[in-house]
Design a protein around this ligand. Structure first.
Ligand code: GLN
Length: 192
């Protein structure tokens, strides 16, 4: 969307792939590594990676308070995989999170045999089937506080509550643009 500058939290994880995908969609995107960087963007993607490490780095760079403040003030955020864990209100193994989206997640919950896999995911609202790459993904075990946008194998994999979107898979690793386009154009565009 013209005029929306999307930040990608670039402390750890696969932020480079998100930046590349946003660029290939023609969107304005910036790596975010500090409070100053965060002040300069309209919305944020929190990438996949390791949620515990990412939260430690958020604290090391003193970003947590300002990040939560901006989220509470309505900044749109898309959290993918570890990013979805960071947004959740509660993580079932007791791990801390930013606690801003009313979902409960269980980390690494697809089991050892299925740590990484690809799946075709129907997204009725977008009227399409998209390819999802799951890597040691969390399962959203309670999404009662959010709107479920897509499910796979009976569990929500893409949910939204107002300005916040949690996605348990990695569209950016499959070159799948539609989740990012929906986020930038619909969620950041103020729809819903
Ligand atoms: N298992 C990771 C975590 O708990 C998430 C994996 C990912 O982001 N691909 O943070």
């Amino acid at each position: 969307m013209v005029g929306v500058k999307t930040g990608v939290l670039a402390l750890q994880g696969d932020f480079a792939e998100h930046l590349e995908l946003l660029a290939s969609c023609g969107y304005s995107a910036e790596a975010v590594r500090s409070v100053e960087d965060l002040q300069a963007v309209d919305s944020l993607i929190i990438p996949g990676g390791e949620s515990t490490t990412m939260l430690k780095l958020i604290d090391r760079y003193d970003m947590r308070d300002f990040l939560v403040k901006r989220i509470s003030a309505g900044m749109p955020v898309l959290g993918t995989c570890a990013g979805a864990i960071l947004l959740a209100d509660r993580v079932s193994d007791g791990e801390t999170s930013l606690g801003v989206l009313s979902i409960v997640v269980e980390r690494n919950a697809y089991g050892r045999q299925a740590q990484s896999f690809e799946a075709d995911i129907d997204v009725p609202d977008l009227d399409c089937t998209i390819k999802g790459v799951f890597i040691r993904a969390p399962v959203i075990v309670d999404a009662a506080g959010a709107t479920v946008v897509a499910t796979w194998a009976g569990s929500p994999v893409l949910v939204r509550s107002g300005n916040l979107v949690a996605c348990t898979f990695h569209p950016e690793l499959a070159g799948e643009e539609r989740v990012h386009r929906w986020f930038v154009e619909q969620v950041c565009g103020g729809e819903g």
